[in-house]
Design a protein around this ligand. Structure first.
Ligand code: NAD
Length: 251
């Protein structure tokens, strides 16, 4: 459990971003901070990048460490949030992995690893709701899914299943929580320039960009600005998926 920061005392609303040290998560942390939130920057093992984001945010941020496959670690993280921030207004379930391999050769361990990510998002959401959000009668939950959960993608079957499951959670949870004033939505990015996509071979990256009508990858900050809109405004948007993909797919 992370113990580096003292209790946040300001009355700023609090946003928690999983996988907040890198890529889309880091952009969300910066943008939410700019929009007036205190930000809990969650990471698994990338402490240095998370510290870098914290150094940009300053005293309006705090670090959270947990492997989201580990329910005891999630419980400890929620206790830390309660002690350190005392409230959660926005949860961004951003952490994710993408393992690419055709179905015929993919080992079952890949399926299990991919499933563990959505299980972690489900459990963290459940714990934050129970401990910090449900009784407040307001809040926003934003799940970062993916265009491929809607279009499908060769070589990414467990990933596309996980992302479709996240969107299904969005739709069902929105119905469960609407009466409580808590809004739940997904943001589904297309092809965004982060470590995840930089790991792909160049010819595959080029082939994907060739299918993007805007002719380029998106920037993490272009996803983050939609997350901020859902976190701070969008008061009549609930149970939906907002696509951010340069025209690849319109929903
Ligand atoms: P990234 O690899 O830079 O970041 C993913 C983060 O998730 C990392 O910080 C990683 O440590 C964290 N994470 C993964 N498994 C974890 C676990 N078990 N416990 C704790 N943390 C864990 O990738 P990114 O591109 O910034 O992706 C962010 C999200 O956006 C992911 O859910 C990804 O699937 C989604 N997405 C990305 C793209 C894209 O093109 N980059 C497109 C669509 C969706």
């Amino acid at each position: 459990m992370e113990q580096t920061n003292s209790k946040q005392t300001s009355e700023r609303p609090v946003a928690i971003v999983t996988g907040g040290g890198k890529g889309i998560g880091a952009a969300c942390c910066r943008a939410l901070h700019e929009a007036g939130f205190t930000v809990g920057i969650h990471y698994r093992e990338s402490r240095k990048p998370a510290e870098q984001v914290l150094s940009e945010i300053g005293s309006d941020g705090f670090l959270l460490q947990a492997d989201l496959e580990d329910t005891a670690a999630i419980d400890a993280m929620v206790r830390q949030i309660k002690e350190q921030a005392g409230r959660v207004d926005v949860l961004v379930n951003n952490a994710g992995i993408s393992i690419n391999e055709p179905m015929l050769t993919m080992p079952i361990t890949v399926f299990d690893a991919q499933r563990a990510v959505v299980r972690g998002a489900w459990y963290l959401t459940k714990r934050i709701l129970r401990v910090l959000m449900f009784r407040r009668g307001s809040g926003r939950i934003i799940n970062i899914s993916s265009v491929v959960g809607h279009t499908g993608n060769a070589g990414q079957i467990p990933y596309t299943m996980e992302k479709a499951a996240l969107d299904a959670m969005t739709k069902s949870l929105a119905k469960e929580l609407a009466g409580r004033g808590i809004l739940v939505n997904s943001v589904a990015p297309g092809f965004i320039d982060t470590e995840m996509t930089r790991a792909l071979p160049e010819d595959i990256r080029n082939a994907i960009v060739a299918n993007v009508p805007l002719g380029r990858m998106g920037g993490p900050e272009e996803v983050a600005e939609v997350v901020v809109f859902l976190a701070a405004r969008g008061s009549y948007i609930n149970g939906t998926v907002i696509h951010v993909n340069g025209g690849m797919y319109g929903g």
